[in-house]
Design a protein around this ligand. Structure first.
Ligand code: GDP
Ligand code: MG
Length: 360
């Protein structure tokens, strides 16, 4: 890349000159004319960032796609039973039962049904997590379970969750929860949702509705069946071979093991020993664990895995990419950190300006 110009890089990568200049500006470098030679490190960083995007398209283009489980997020109004429902669903997992339960909190879990079908649930309820991930462009959720308490009915955050899902183009399956309660009135909930424009199947639409009780553990199998049916209609498939692309769901610091990131693989296979960049952090994968805490050598599409070996904590929604060498991992991480820092300073100065405007 030595001495290459933006013009040449654009020609080679198919990226626009503007987008390349943006990447350079983002790492805090002066944007040169497109005909000035770039320093080797900047040229490499730019082509890597572009390459990440270009490769993403190339890898999936023409690849053999295989069916994969759906990734599901549970949303709804506070206290309507999101956490309870996730707990109840988690307990329906056959493997977890055999292992004596899921001991660790990963931010995601897989339910394996007796039929052998799998559903991956993001264990981060609430639309805050959903929005945070979406803001980073992480289209990680395939289906939203909209939880509505049968006694309370449709509330403010029910509607917010509904519009979040609709804005993201993610199909909804409604779970009317707390149906064990004497005051439960599922029919009223359906009317309310219908009035809000949700096309429920009871009313001739295609949004499935299931009545459940997270407390009495009733209707959970029906909900899982509804999710499988929805997934089947969506014909979810991913490339399995080749380098993985994944999204971070959650990250935490473990005293002994260092930074741990839970990620969901979107396509390809994540393999132990690979160099990765997760958001602005990099590392070499030292261990991969599944949701039961068992070490495994690889992670496949729609499977949550816990990655050990990153140097720092990435954020929910960050993408994970595989790079060939440590040097590249370091460089990409460094470039992205610079960009984050620049964005942070920009935001701070904007806020300062706003405050000044107010005080004037
Ligand atoms: P979240 O805020 O949506 O996560 O709601 P939680 O799962 O924390 O539940 C809020 C309250 O509703 C708790 O006191 C739960 O025990 C209760 N709850 C959740 N699901 C049910 C249910 O199916 N039936 C009844 N009776 N109570 C429930
Ligand atoms: Mg909760």
């Amino acid at each position: 890349f030595e001495g290459m110009t933006i013009f040449e890089l654009a020609k080679r990568t198919g990226a626009s000159i503007r987008s390349l200049q943006e990447i350079i500006a983002n790492v805090g470098e002066r944007v040169l004319s497109e005909f000035d030679p770039l320093s080797i490190d900047i040229a490499e960083l730019v082509s890597m960032e572009v390459g990440v995007n270009v490769r993403r398209l190339h890898l999936d283009e023409g690849a053999v796609l295989q069916p994969r489980p759906a990734v599901v997020t549970v949303m709804g109004h506070v206290d309507h039973g999101k956490t309870s429902l996730l707990d109840a669903l988690r307990q329906t997992s056959v493997a977890a039962k055999e292992a004596g339960g899921i001991t660790q909190h990963l931010g995601a879990f897989v339910v394996d049904m007796p039929s052998g079908s799998l559903i991956t649930f993001l264990d981060t309820p609430g639309h805050a997590a959903f929005s945070a991930m979406r803001a980073r462009g992480a289209a990680v959720t395939d289906i939203v379970v909209l939880v509505v308490a049968a006694d309370d009915g449709v509330m403010q955050q029910t509607l917010e969750a509904m519009s979040h899902a609709q804005a993201a183009g993610v199909p909804i399956v409604v779970a009317i929860n707390k149906c064990d309660k004497p005051a439960a009135d599922p029919e009223r909930v359906k009317m309310q949702l219908g009035a809000e424009g949700l096309l429920l199947e009871d009313l001739g639409g295609d949004v499935q509705v299931v009545e459940v009780s997270a407390k009495s553990k009733v209707g959970l199998d029906k909900l899982e069946e509804a999710l499988l049916l929805q997934a089947e209609m969506m014909d979810l498939k991913s490339r399995i071979d080749g380098p993985a692309q994944a999204y971070v769901v959650e990250a935490r610091l473990d005293r002994g093991r260092g930074p741990l990131a839970t990620a969901i693989v979107k396509s390809g296979t994540l393999i132990c020993g690979q160099y990765i960049v997760a958001g602005a952090e990099w590392g070499r994968i030292r261990a991969i664990r599944d949701m039961l805490g068992m070490t495994t050598t690889s992670g496949k599409p729609a499977m949550p895995v816990e990655i050990e070996g990153l140097k720092g904590l990435p954020m929910a929604g960050d993408d994970v990419v595989v790079v060939n060498t440590e040097e590249r991992a370091r460089m990409l991480s460094h470039g992205r950190k610079k960009k984050l820092e620049k964005d942070r300073l920009l935001k701070a100065s904007e806020e300062r300006t706003e405050n000044e405007d107010i005080s004037e």
